[in-house]
Design a protein around this ligand. Structure first.
Ligand SMILES: *Cc1c(COP(=O)(O)O)cnc(C)c1O
Length: 421
C-alpha cells in the first residue's frame, strides 16, 4: 500500500542519497531528531561548517592579514573556489557567477547595471505580492532614480479565484506593454505558493519585446534545475541560506550573462574588490573592472562567510545536481500523493493544495491553504516535532529537501495532518 509506513521505509531504503543526511546537524528535542521541513527558510547546518570556520579563525590567528595570501588555503583564492561549484548549481559558466553581499543588496546592484530606462522604455514587469524585500527594493530604487513606482511597475496577479499566476498572463502583460518595457524582474519560485515559474519562456518573451530579463532565485537556487546561461537570462541574484544551507545571513550570489562582460557602457556601482584582480593592490586611480561577474564585487568579503558556503557547496558537488533534483521530485511527488488522499477524505473545504502540482517542475515546497483548523493543525505539527511554517492568514508551508529529509518524515507529516482533519 502506497499510504503505508512500510512503503515509506522502502523508499528510504532505496534512496541513493540517504547517507547525506548524516552530513547535517538535525535539531533535537529531548534527544529526539525533529522533522525539519524549513529548508526553504534556513537550511540546516552541515557538520563540516564548524571545522571550516575554525580553520579561518586559525588562519587569522596564524597570519593576521597575511592570511589573504599565505598558508595552504589563502583567503584570496576562496572566491574562485566557490564560483565554480556555485555555477553548477545555477547552470552558468564559472565566470558568470559571483559570490558577494546579500540578496537585496545584489538586486539593487543588478538594477544599477541592468535597469536602463530611456524616454519611451521605462516600465518594469514583476509579480504581484513578490517577497516584501523585492517590493521595497524596487519601490525605493525607482524613487531614487526619480521615477514614480505606480507609473513604472506593472504587476501581474493570479486571476480572480486562483492562487498562482498563469504563464499566459505573464506573456500577455509583456505583449501589452511591449513598447514601454525596460525590464522584467521575476522570481524563480514564488515564496508563498511554491509556484515554479517558466523562466526560459519568460526570458524568451522578454527578449522578444526588447526588454532585459532578471530573476530573483532565492527559492530556486539549490531547489530546481536552472540553466541560466542557456536560457540567456541577463542577470540573477539569490541568497545562500535557504536551500543552499550556507548559514544564517550567508553571503549571496549573482549571475551576469557573459555577453555583458566586455560591455564598458554598462554602468555599475563599484568598489575595490571588483577591481582588476591582478592590479587591485596597486591602489591606482580610475576603476578597471575585473573580468566577468567578479567585476561586480564591492567590498572585502568575510572569509568566515565564504567558509560556511564552501562547507555546503562541497556537499552539493558530492551529491550532484541531477541526483538532488531527482530525489527532490520524488519526495514532492510522494508528499502530494499522500496529501491528495487526505484531501479526498477531508474534502476541499478543509484543505487545499495551492502549489501548482501539475507543473512539470515543482520544486520542494508545498503550500497548504487551511480552510479549517489551520492554527490547531499547525500546533499539532509543532507538538509532533515537525518544523513547518505558518503564513498569515492560513497557509502552512513545508519543504522536504533531498539532502537531509526522508520519505518516512513525509509520511509522518501526512499522518499528523490526517489525524487532525
Ligand atoms: C528570502 C528572500 C529574500 C530575502 O532577502 P535578503 O536580502 O537575503 O534578506 C528576498 N527575496 C526573496 C524572493 C526571498 O525569498
Amino acid at each position: 500500500m502506497e499510504t503505508s509506513y512500510d512503503y515509506a521505509l522502502s523508499l528510504d531504503a532505496a534512496d541513493p542519497l540517504r547517507e547525506f543526511r548524516d552530513q547535517f546537524v538535525i535539531p533535537l528535542r529531548e534527544g529526539r531528531e525533529q522533522i525539519y521541513f524549513l529548508g526553504n527558510s534556513l537550511g540546516l547546518q552541515p557538520r563540516k561548517t564548524h571545522g571550516k570556520i575554525k580553520e579561518v579563525l586559525q588562519q587569522w590567528s596564524d597570519w593576521g592579514v597575511e592570511a589573504f595570501f599565505m598558508g595552504e588555503h589563502p583567503w584570496l583564492d576562496f572566491h574562485e573556489k566557490l564560483a565554480d561549484p556555485m555555477s553548477m548549481v545555477v547552470g552558468a559558466l564559472p565566470h558568470e557567477v559571483v559570490v558577494m553581499n546579500q540578496l537585496t543588496v545584489n538586486l539593487h546592484l543588478m538594477l544599477a547595471s541592468f535597469y536602463r530606462p530611456t524616454g519611451k522604455r521605462f516600465r518594469i514587469i514583476c509579480e504581484a505580492k513578490a517577497f516584501p524585500s523585492d517590493q521595497y527594493m524596487l519601490e525605493t530604487h525607482l524613487k531614487f532614480l526619480g521615477f514614480d513606482p505606480d507609473e513604472t511597475i506593472i504587476e501581474v496577479s493570479p486571476r480572480r479565484g486562483e492562487h498562482t499566476i498563469r504563464t499566459e498572463d505573464i506573456l500577455q502583460a509583456i505583449k501589452t506593454h511591449e513598447s514601454s518595457l525596460a525590464l522584467i524582474l521575476w522570481g524563480g519560485v514564488q515564496y508563498y505558493t511554491g509556484q515554479v515559474f517558466d523562466m526560459e519562456t519568460i526570458t524568451k518573451a522578454g527578449h522578444a519585446a526588447g526588454a532585459v530579463v532578471g530573476f530573483d532565485l532565492a527559492h530556486a537556487a539549490g531547489n530546481v534545475p536552472l540553466r541560466l546561461h542557456d536560457w540567456q537570462v541577463d542577470f540573477a541574484a539569490w541568497c545562500n541560506y535557504k536551500y543552499m544551507n550556507g548559514g544564517p545571513g550567508a553571503i549571496g550570489g549573482a549571475f551576469i550573462h557573459e555577453r555583458y562582460h566586455g560591455d564598458p557602457s554598462l554602468p555599475r556601482l563599484a568598489g575595490w574588490w571588483g577591481y582588476d584582480a591582478s592590479r587591485r593592490f596597486k591602489m591606482e586611480k580610475g576603476f578597471v573592472p575585473d573580468r566577468g561577474a567578479a567585476g561586480w564585487q564591492l567590498s572585502t568579503p568575510s572569509p568566515l562567510q565564504y567558509a560556511c558556503l564552501q562547507a555546503s557547496l562541497e556537499i552539493f558537488t558530492a551529491a550532484g545536481m541531477p541526483a538532488l533534483h531527482e530525489k527532490g521530485r520524488a519526495l514532492n511527488d510522494y508528499l502530494i500523493r499522500l496529501l491528495e488522499s487526505i484531501v479526498r477524505e477531508a474534502g476541499e473545504r478543509a484543505i487545499e493544495i495551492i502549489t501548482p502540482i501539475k507543473n512539470p517542475e515543482k520544486g520542494c515546497q508545498v503550500s497548504l491553504l487551511m480552510h479549517r483548523k489551520g492554527k490547531e493543525t499547525f500546533s499539532a505539527l509543532q507538538q509532533a516535532g515537525i518544523f513547518a511554517d505558518w503564513r498569515e492568514p492560513n497557509v502552512i508551508r513545508v519543504a522536504p529537501v533531498p539532502l537531509y529529509n526522508r520519505f518516512t518524515e513525509v509520511w509522518q507529516f501526512a499522518d499528523c495532518l490526517r489525524r487532525m482533519l
